[in-house]
Design a protein around this ligand. Sequence first.
Ligand code: GTP
Ligand code: MG
Length: 201
Amino acid sequence: MVSAIDRADITGLILAGGRGSRMGGIDKGLQPWRGLPMAQQVLARLQPQVGPMLINANRNLDVYRTWGLPVLSDSPERDFAGPLAGFLAGLEVCTTPYLLTAPCDSPLLPPDLAARLGEALLAERARIALPRAGGRLQPVFCLMEAGLRDDLRAFVASGGSKIDLWTTRHPLAIVDFDDAHAFENINTQADLQRLEQTPSP
Ligand SMILES: Nc1nc2c(ncn2[C@@H]2O[C@H](COP(=O)(O)OP(=O)(O)OP(=O)(O)O)[C@@H](O)[C@H]2O)c(=O)[nH]1
Ligand SMILES: [Mg+2]
């Protein structure tokens, strides 16, 4: 039998703290897509897979707060230090044994993301699990042990900002997903319009 992590033991964290520079500097999480802000589309896909949910944002905090979830900003010492700053903000308040991140700009994320990453993490006795799709790692979708908090805090404090440099320091499970489309990332207005029309599961 394959063991699984109880979904209540995983906190979901939506990463909406970026600059959105390729979309003219807008707050991508609030950008409407298929009738809802993009981060809400991600929330709808992620929430059924996990227990508590958190949002990481650095702008428009009042708007995000109206969604009824805790909203965390990156530590003010670092100005837009990248997604790892968001991971750390999540780990600092996470009360479950695991944290699963998802970016606000990939609204088609797989419905079995948490389950499959969790199985691999347990089976391989890893501390971090990442998906791979279309031959590429997708490191902003990261399932990690909450016990990595101190390690990540030290890594970020020493100037670390690359997710791959942090994740490869730890036992890592990689899970192949067949549907690369599920990890499509909306970075530009053109991506937004193209994906608005593409049929999705
Ligand atoms: N917390 C936090 N998250 C970030 C930061 N930069 C990017 N992210 C998040 O990381 C994920 C991937 O971001 P990108 O699409 O590469 O970057 P972006 O800043 O959103 O957009 P660009 O400025 O166009 O690159 C998204 O979920 C972003 O919200 C940051 O400085 N802090
Ligand atoms: Mg992106």
